[in-house]
Design a protein around this ligand. Structure first.
Ligand code: IDP
Ligand code: MG
Length: 149
């Protein structure tokens, strides 16, 4: 089972899209094992987006992600990372396929609504940055055998 960190970014929270976005991951079949609302500190933002430090958009990205509350969640499932990223859509919303979150709700790469981990190692690192082990639940759904073979 893979784990992915999802962030419902400040623009999505401000636009009232928390429920819509959570719904899309739920209906896909990903299992939510942690979920909370928080405001990201500058230190946490810089740690989370460390790979982008030095890029032209880095300061703006840190400003954006710390500017207002976010909802963070951990999703679990076989191939959870790839599944979540196809539900999220391409980084640049104007290139994202219709039917994806970014393709349905976004216009600008600087306001692209949602984050999802990009590989299993990032998933583990990012989940540990945002959640303690006590905040994550190990549980199974009665529907799991109908979603995962
Ligand atoms: P991802 O979120 O699809 O994995 P990354 O390339 O990892 O995309 O970039 C992280 C985040 O940085 C993006 O989701 C977006 O918020 C922001 N970002 C990436 N490229 C740009 C840019 O050219 N201008 C402004 N923000 C950007
Ligand atoms: Mg990324």
């Amino acid at each position: 089972m893979e784990r992915t960190l999802i962030i419902v970014k400040p623009d999505a929270v401000q636009r009232g899209l928390i429920g819509e976005i959570v719904k899309r991951f739920e209906q896909r079949g990903l299992r939510i094992i942690g979920l909370k609302m928080m405001q990201v500190s500058e230190a946490l933002a810089k740690k989370h987006y460390g790979e982008h430090e030095g890029k032209s958009f880095f300061e703006g990205l840190v400003q954006y992600i710390t500017s207002a509350p976010v909802v963070v969640m951990v999703l679990e499932g076989p191939n959870a990372i790839a599944a979540a990223r196809t539900t999220i859509g391409a980084t640049k919303p104007h290139e994202a396929a219709a039917g994806t979150i970014r393709g349905d709700f976004g216009m600008d790469v600087g306001r692209n609504l949602v984050h999802g981990s990009d590989k299993p190692e990032s998933g583990l690192r990012e989940v540990a940055n945002f959640f303690t082990e006590e905040e994550l639940l190990s549980w199974s759904r009665s529907t799991d055998p109908w979603i995962f073979e």
